[in-house]
Design a protein around this ligand. Structure first.
Ligand code: COA
Length: 175
């Protein structure tokens, strides 16, 4: 069953005062603290490209983070971002909060000049936002290929699939 839409949803950048509330949202959404530790490490390593919270009636109910990711090629490396994690408080799930966070984040990433975004997650969910398993098929990754998806943020799909090895922020090696 879907939850009713939240009134006056505000999507905004993170302030450091939000940090413990963000931890609570992530721990509740994932039912554990691995992703909390991941986010804390990404913050301390300064590997974050974009981080937003969803706020309603003064409460933080959702969070999204994009970190720097490199696609290493033979003679080049392409800058990309990795979407992870995305969390919505269980009581507010299926009310469009995740959708609103992703759409606003994509808009801001484009403004920041980012071109490629990669996610590891359910294609049934992320496919709604333009992420595509086929577009990530030539990427070398330690993670299961059926969940790896790529989105072109600013351009239509090129004729050739992007190839290369994914180099995630070091926090991912420790999560
Ligand atoms: C995944 C998550 C962020 C989605 O946020 P949300 O605010 O509930 O999502 P939205 O309201 O924008 O979208 C809801 C739709 O997505 C679908 N959906 C949610 N999670 C899904 C999943 N894992 N696989 C497939 N579909 C999913 C819902 O069924 C719903 O479909 P409907 O619109 O046809 O009813 C949220 O459920 C969550 O925090 N989950 C726990 C943490 C997690 O798994 N994060 C993602 C991995 S990083």
């Amino acid at each position: 069953m879907s939850h009713s839409p939240v009134k006056q949803l505000n999507i905004r950048p993170v302030s450091e005062l939000d940090r413990s509330k963000i931890d609570d949202v992530i721990a509740a959404a994932f039912d554990g603290t691995d992703e909390v530790a991941l986010v804390r490490k990404l913050v301390s390593d300064e590997d974050i490209v974009l981080e937003l919270v969803a706020e309603a009636e003064g409460e933080i109910i959702g969070h999204i983070l994009f970190s720097r990711l490199w696609i290493e090629q033979d003679h080049d490396r392409l800058a990309a971002v990795a979407l992870a994690p995305l969390a919505v408080l269980p009581a507010h799930q299926r009310a469009g909060i995740g959708h609103a966070l992703i759409e606003e984040a994509h808009r801001l990433l484009v403004q920041q000049g980012e071109r490629l975004s990669i996610v590891l997650g359910e294609p049934a969910y992320y496919g709604r936002f333009g992420y595509d398993v086929a577009d990530a098929a030539q990427l070398e990754s330690l993670y299961p290929a059926q969940y790896l998806q790529l989105k072109y943020l600013t351009e239509s799909k090129p004729c050739t699939t992007i190839q290369g090895k994914l180099i995630y922020a070091s926090a991912f090696g420790e999560s």
